[in-house]
Design a protein around this ligand. Structure first.
Ligand SMILES: Cc1ncc(COP(=O)(O)O)c(C=O)c1O
Length: 351
């Protein structure tokens, strides 16, 4: 994905102003907020250069993948103010991931303060909509101990990276092709609701195969015929006034965008069904004209899906292309994020 951004001349920012292109998430603000857990307490937050970090090559994270992260966004409004979207929900998930991985408990108030202060430092670099500042809190086990395969890291490090991003759809809104895989699991079931690097590594093989063999954009993981999610987004089926998506359990990631879209759909009077969806039902409903499918996630917001590939056969979703309910729901969410509509659920934090 390509996008455009401007870089300001503000202190601590890149010292030039021009527009250029880069891949999503590949540009970083020059400094980040960081804190270290020494086995007892978190150090006071520091702001340091974001291009390097120093820890032992035997660090727990490098061997036993004790790592989790978050992805949330700050948006610039027309009055120049900057707002962070659903920070509390992301911090809750970050704390839960840390706990389930046996990492030290995070101090949620400190994490919030770190996010707010580093975004405030780079307020001038938050792109205008449809761009935003992508915020990446990260937590890693740092204890130098290669004998601790089944024991958690006593020490850890938390940092907040910032990456200005453009419109995910800058190249034109294109509906996605998904390979429906009713065998592979994205990750072990008890890891699904943890946002951890190991889960993405586990999904990489099936995704690469799906790309090479079927030119699919993503894999829709449906182990045992149960429609779960893709490698980096939740899956929603939109059939007329109904939205159907898997009910929350520990086997998949509880997306903040999923929750936001379902809330807005309920506000619009739609019938939201959080329940089990089988591959058979998915294909049966997808064949109806007017049926839509979409992926939800912080990066892409709500991305249309128009092709499902199952057992070497291609199935068009509804009429193909981009569904109008998908566009309507995405706009409703963007309007709140961009300050063009009221924020009735109190999702924005003002800096
Ligand atoms: C596996 C997976 N599922 C779902 C999502 C969507 O989550 P959110 O809406 O909180 O970004 C993500 C986002 O990164 C993801 O990696």
């Amino acid at each position: 994905m390509k996008f455009w951004r401007t870089v300001s001349t503000q202190k601590n920012s890149c010292n030039f102003r021009k527009i250029f292109m880069a891949a999503f998430g590949s540009l970083f603000m020059p400094e980040m907020a960081i804190t270290w857990f020494d086995g007892d307490s978190w150090s006071p937050t520091e702001v340091v250069a974001s291009d390097s970090i120093s820890f032992h090559p035997g660090a727990h994270v490098l061997h036993y993948s004790s790592t989790c992260f978050e992805g949330l966004k700050a948006f610039r409004h027309a009055d120049g103010s900057v707002k962070i979207f659903r920070m509390d929900k992301n911090i809750e998930r970050f704390a839960q991931s840390s706990r389930l991985l046996g990492l030290p408990e995070i101090d949620k108030a400190q994490t919030q303060q770190m996010i707010e202060s580093i975004v405030r430092q780079y307020t001038a670099d938050v792109p205008e909509p449809p761009g935003s500042m992508y915020i990446r809190p990260t937590h890693i086990g740092t204890e130098p101990a290669i004998g601790k395969a089944a024991v958690p890291s006593v020490t850890s490090c938390q940092y907040i990276l910032l990456s200005p991003v453009g419109d995910y759809f800058a190249g034109g809104d294109k509906a996605l092709r998904l390979l429906v895989d009713d065998e592979a699991m994205r990750c072990p079931p008890h890891m699904g609701m943890i946002k951890s690097g190991g889960n993405y590594a586990a999904a990489m093989g099936p995704i690469l195969n799906a790309k090479a063999q079927y030119q699919a954009d993503q894999v829709l993981f449906c182990p045992g015929g149960d429609v779960q999610e893709t490698g980096a987004a939740n899956f929603l089926l939109i059939d007329g006034n109904q939205i159907i998506t898997k009910a929350l359990d520990e086997s998949f990631l509880h997306g903040v965008t999923r929750d936001s879209i379902l809330t807005l759909a309920r506000d619009l009077g739609m019938d939201v069904q959080e329940r089990q969806l089988s591959v058979d039902e998915l294909l049966e409903r997808a064949a109806k004209p007017g049926c839509e499918a979409a992926l939800s996630g912080t990066a892409a917001v709500l991305a249309p899906v128009d092709t499902l590939i199952y057992k070497d056969k291609e199935y068009k979703v509804g009429n193909g292309g981009i569904g109008e309910t998908t566009v309507k729901l995405r706009r409703a969410l963007n309007d709140i994020q961009w300050g063009k509509a009221e924020d009735p659920h109190g999702w924005l934090t003002h800096l």
